[in-house]
Design a protein around this ligand. Structure first.
Ligand code: THU
Length: 163
């Protein structure tokens, strides 16, 4: 038996102004996307913005439902819309943030497991890795390059192939 150790690089920015301009803009877009969130149950408003290789930015927000599991996270709303509107265009980056009516979100929003799986699928369909930029309302900002950093040992399509 041997133990494998994984190393993950996470960029951490304590100041929004330190961010490269491209991330700043994308995070602002994610912040704007929180405005269209439909979250009467959690009252937690998440916004995601997806930057495509052709320069287009697609925004999405969480959409809840009285039958709770029927709702969808902001990241998947944005990614699914991007893939349905621009099926052949690669995703360069996704930024995520959130706000609440009841407290200041002081931790970066990291995608849930299902959204990580969808980011992984998106990445597997293209050449480049996806940058994931995660922020709260008043928080440090985390950036990782590629879903492998958030979802090690990911289940992917190649496992379905009979060899
Ligand atoms: N949510 C997102 O939209 N993205 C995440 O990364 C985490 C959670 C949503 C789902 C639900 O509408 C609300 O936040 C509370 O979980």
């Amino acid at each position: 038996m041997k133990v494998k150790k994984l190393e993950i690089n996470i960029e951490e920015y304590t100041d929004f102004e330190e961010l490269p301009d491209e991330y700043k803009k994308l995070l602002k877009d994610a912040g704007e996307a929180t405005e269209s969130s439909y979250a009467p149950y959690s009252e937690f408003h998440v916004g995601a913005s997806v930057l495509l290789e052709n320069g287009v930015v697609i925004k999405g927000s969480n959409q809840e439902n009285s039958a709770y599991p029927s709702g969808l996270c902001a990241e998947r709303v944005a990614l699914f819309y991007a893939k349905s509107k621009y099926p052949d265009v690669a995703v360069k980056a996704i930024a995520i943030t959130a706000k609440s009516e009841h407290f200041v979100v002081n931790k970066p929003i990291t995608p849930c497991g299902s959204c990580r799986q969808v980011i992984a699928e998106t990445e597997s369909r293209q050449d480049g890795k996806i940058k994931i930029i995660m922020a709260g309302q008043k928080s440090n900002i985390l950036v990782v390059e590629g879903i492998e950093s958030l979802l090690p040992l990911v289940f992917q399509e190649d496992s379905l192939k009979k060899k």
